[in-house]
Design a protein around this ligand. Sequence first.
Ligand code: H2B
Length: 101
Amino acid sequence: MSVAELNEKEVATLLADHPEWSSARDGKAVERKFQFGDFSEAWGFMNRVALLAESHDHHPEWFNVYNRVEITLTTHDAAPESGGALSERDAKMVASIDGLV
Ligand code: H2B
């Protein structure tokens, strides 16, 4: 299913509303780095994000080592031929993830 890509103004609003996130992949994705007290806390957070991802049907690309978690969000369905672009789905996931921390 094709999904509408956010325009420049919508991306700017997303980043202004969520200053811990930054633009990545030439504006086609957003990312945020998290740091927790230990692996157990990081894993607990990842579990909560996994449940959110399932309920949104929108899944993060992520990296974890010990207490660090890095999340990248993009919408493959917004630009399937080029690896993805930002959509309202990313904006909703950003807001939901920020609601966890
Ligand atoms: N996650 C992300 N990050 N981008 C997508 O485009 C996407 C997804 N699409 N999760 C969903 C699943 C899609 O493949 C299913 C069929 O709805």
